[in-house]
Design a protein around this ligand. Structure first.
Ligand SMILES: [Zn+2]
Length: 88
């Protein structure tokens, strides 16, 4: 698919079967197409964009991490509760 780099504007063509573009997401399942998520043409452009907008992005990253931690803790609690409920 045709993509325009979010940092430098260069047009590039990430596909399911190539390694073009970042962030590159490796999937064990070869049927998953992660190429639409590759919005930067190079690692350098991704890093530059992240650092340029770090004052906005880092707090968002932290929020995502916090809610991920909360969800993981909930999942562990639910699993522990289910184990208790099934044990005699
Ligand atoms: Zn670029």
């Amino acid at each position: 698919m045709k993509q325009k780099c979010m940092n430098c504007g260069l047009v590039f063509y990430p596909t399911k079967n190539n390694y073009v573009g970042y962030p590159y997401i490796w999937h064990r399942d070869k049927d998953i197409d992660s190429s639409p998520a590759r919005t930067f043409h190079s690692r350098y452009c991704m890093d530059q964009f992240l650092s340029k907008h770090s004052d906005i992005l880092i707090p968002i990253f932290k929020q995502i991490k916090e809610s991920e931690d909360i969800n993981n803790a909930r999942t562990r609690e639910n699993q522990a509760e289910r184990k208790q409920a099934t044990s005699p």
